[in-house]
Every structure is written in C-alpha cells, then in structure tokens.
Design a protein around this ligand. Sequence first.
Ligand SMILES: [Zn+2]
Length: 279
Amino acid sequence: MTAFGPTMPAFSELAPGVRRLLAPNPSMMTGPGTNTYLFGSNEVAVLDPGPVIDSHIATLQEVAGAPIRWVLVTHTHPDHSPAAAELAKQTGAELLGRPAPEGKHQDMTFVPDRVLDDGDRLAVDGVEIEAIQTPGHASNHVCYRQTELNWIFTGDHVIDGSTVVIDPPDGNMKDYLVSLARLKEFQPAALAPGHGELIHDPDRSIDWIIDHRLEREAQVVAAIKANPGLTTMELVAHVYKDVDQKLYGWAERSLLAHLLKLEDDGAAIQETKRWSAIL
Ligand SMILES: [Zn+2]
C-alpha cells in the first residue's frame, strides 16, 4: 500500500458525463484519498462519497451542478460509504448498493433503499450503469460498469499501483480471485479505481494481480510444507520475508486469507490453529 503515484488533481473530468472528485482523506491505507465519481450532467449519480467530511459533501453538490438523484457505493468500508447517508439526507437521493455485513470496519449507517444484484442496471442521464457483484475484498463489494464507455469502476476490488487487503472472514481470497477473472470477461476499456489514477491496461493489471496472489500462494504452500504445525502469525516471517515487521499485523490477515483458500481447496489443514499441508 505504499506504491501510489504522484499527487492527483482534486477534480477531473475523465470523459463526457464522468467526473471524479478526490476526497481529502489521504493516508497509508487510502493513498491520495478516496475517489468519488459523478455520472451524468443533467441528473447525477454519485459513487462512493467517502467518509463524512463536510467540505467534501458540499463540494460534491457544487460540482454536480444538477440534482443528485442516486448515491451508489461499492462497499461499506469506512473510507467509501459513510457520507452516503448524509448526502442522501441533504439531497433526497436514493441509496443503492448492498447492506453492510456484521463485523469490524463496517459502516452500519449505510442502509440501501435499493439492494443491487448482479446485472442490475440504472439509467442515469441517458447512460446505463450496471452492477457487477465482486465479493473478495469485501463480501458486499459491487463494481459498476458504465456500459457506453465500457469502463468499470472498481472501488477496492482493483486499485491503482498497489494491492488491496483481504481480511477474513469478510474478505475471502478464493472469491477475490474468481471476481478478478469475472472483470476480465467484460473486456473493459479502462478501470476507474477507488484509489489512484485511471487504469488504461485492464487486462495486464488484472493479470498482474492474479499472478501476484498465486505467487504468494505458492510461497505459502512451500512454507507450510517446510514448517508444518505453525500458527498463522508464526508463518508470517517465513512467507513475507520482504515485508517490514511493522506491517506483520496486516500480513497475518493476508496470510490467513491464503491459508483459508488452501483449506477450501483441500491443500491445507488446520488443527488447533496450526497449519499443515495436505500432500
Ligand atoms: Zn475497502
């Protein structure tokens, strides 16, 4: 989560009827901040309004320049959805997405007026926005495809220049890989991530992420074969040799996600929280 590129502009018109406003919440986890997207000119749908930051909510309404009729969210992590309820309160917009599951790091204030299923479409100012269910980073994650441009707005499913955290039990590595392959089926012209710049080579970027995860998985298999009977935390040093010790907490979550996938695949087994390979 450290490889984000140079500073991004606060506001950009990316294509006719597609605008991006950067939320002022930069951090190690969010890079330059959360990207809020606006669809439409005569009527507007807002995607991922970010955390509750009054100045951002006000600027969004200013730059919209037309009634905000819908607020869409990709998922209910604290850097993506909390401003949705407030923005809907101020504008009367309809909230669309999938409800927050129980658990930590979830924005329970997000309660959709309309729950989106895979393939659901919303007409916004003459263009269609299609929901693509993409569980993995979060169980309720939805990507949105602007069908005319064939751009996919990827939230935290794919971000620019970095990998995302898969934090079990809500995060699921097996689902994540399936959802990545799913995106490729649309042959998108570009990916518009929740953090960072537009991605113009979607196929290469998605392949890189899949390869990176499978490489890590191979390291995990090698580690549990060489060191059977270790706990997840004890395995971190064997798998994440390249990671700073300060990040071991996050590494442990990712490692657990890999181990649970291997267990599901029938390649690993845990007994009293100690892992071994099934040869
Ligand atoms: Zn997230």
